[in-house]
Unconditional design. Structure first.
Length: 344
């Protein structure tokens, strides 16, 4: 056999001493045809010896499926703590014998359309449109009428399901953790509703987390003493908590919008001679790497990146990539050492 040339079905048939039709039936797993076990064994042995691989193009013409899923992201693969989204999607696709084609854009409509057109030209069976932060999007017009799942984003009026983290329930869980520890007053939210000035990261997550938090507190006739609206970085958490303490406020618990905000809050409390959690309890969201490295380690609600990636692929392959339902994925609680009962 000439090296470098693709091994064909005819090569396998010739080596096994059978007809190309017989070889095709055996290698495609077709049952109900009269082929002896000896002939079947010869075909399989020949295919393995020759290194035969099915022609994906020919198979796709026959089955009308390329077994490929396009993954279009606005930058999610460059986010340090969001790589698990891609890993979850890759593993779910591989388990179902599908290939995930990962592409990335700058989030602009023109670049998204260009990437989507490339995927459609290659006959991708479906497209997952993913965003770095949970937000509202306008999908490219090329995706209308196609099998599409929106990952970490929503598009009201667009005929496709969305997979997003359950931020509302995460907010409720944060409230319940503090309530279970005995906190009823002196609770402050740092970061607030939408990361002032509003950012893509904050508009959706902030509003939903605060909604869930306030629902949980109200259910037990408790309430926030205040909400500090700020951006969601370490320097913002440090600045705002320091200002709060300087103004004479003595918080008993802080609900920080992200782990980065919590990091800044830790520094401000330490400078004021206050300890976590003896003087002030802290609970947060995201479960970034920094959360487990803080001392004491930070109790936080984790973004379920891996599970979201898997769920998006499952919706595509289970034929549910139609309809505008929202699939919320639970954000697991990582209980560590930053919450304790308030001092008498």
């Amino acid at each position: 056999m000439t090296t470098g040339r693709r091994v064909t079905m005819a090569d396998v048939a010739r080596s096994a001493g059978v007809s190309p039709t017989t070889a095709s039936f055996v290698l495609s797993g077709r049952e109900g045809v009269r082929i002896s076990q000896a002939a079947r064994a010869r075909v399989r042995e020949a295919a393995e010896a020759l290194g035969y691989r099915p022609n994906a193009t020919a198979r796709s013409l026959r089955t009308k499926s390329t077994k490929t899923i396009g993954f279009v992201s606005d930058g999610i693969t460059t986010t340090p703590f969001a790589g698990d989204v891609v890993r979850g999607a890759l593993e779910a696709a591989a388990e179902r014998d599908h290939l995930l084609i990962i592409t990335e854009t700058d989030g602009a409509g023109s670049s998204e359309s260009a990437v989507v057109n490339v995927l459609l030209d290659r006959q991708a069976d479906a497209v997952i449109l993913a965003t770095m932060f949970t937000r509202y999007v306008v999908p490219p017009k090329e995706l209308h009428g196609r099998r599409v799942v929106l990952l970490n984003c929503l598009a009201p009026g667009f005929d496709a399901p969305s997979v997003v983290p359950d931020e509302i329930e995460a907010g409720r869980a944060a409230g319940r953790v503090l309530l279970d520890a005995g906190h009823r007053s002196g609770i402050w939210a740092i970061g607030g509703h939408q990361a002032v000035p509003a950012t893509p990261e904050g508009i959706f997550a902030g509003n939903e987390r605060m909604r869930g938090l306030q629902e949980a507190l109200r259910a037990e006739r408790a309430m926030l003493d205040g909400v500090v609206e700020c951006q969601w970085n370490a320097e913002d958490g440090y600045r705002e908590v320091r200002a709060l303490l300087t103004s004479g406020v003595s918080p008993r618990a802080l609900v920080c919008s992200t782990d980065r905000v919590s990091f800044g809050a830790y520094q401000a409390l330490a400078e004021a001679g206050l300890s976590v959690p003896d003087d002030v309890s802290i609970i947060s969201f995201d479960d970034q790497d920094i959360a487990s490295w803080l001392r004491p380690a930070l109790t936080t609600l984790a973004l379920p990146h891996y599970e979201m990636g898997r769920r998006a692929v499952e919706l595509v392959l289970d034929g549910e990539a139609h309809g505008s339902g929202v699939h919320r994925v639970a954000m697991p609680l990582r209980e560590r050492g930053s919450v304790a009962a308030p001092r008498p």
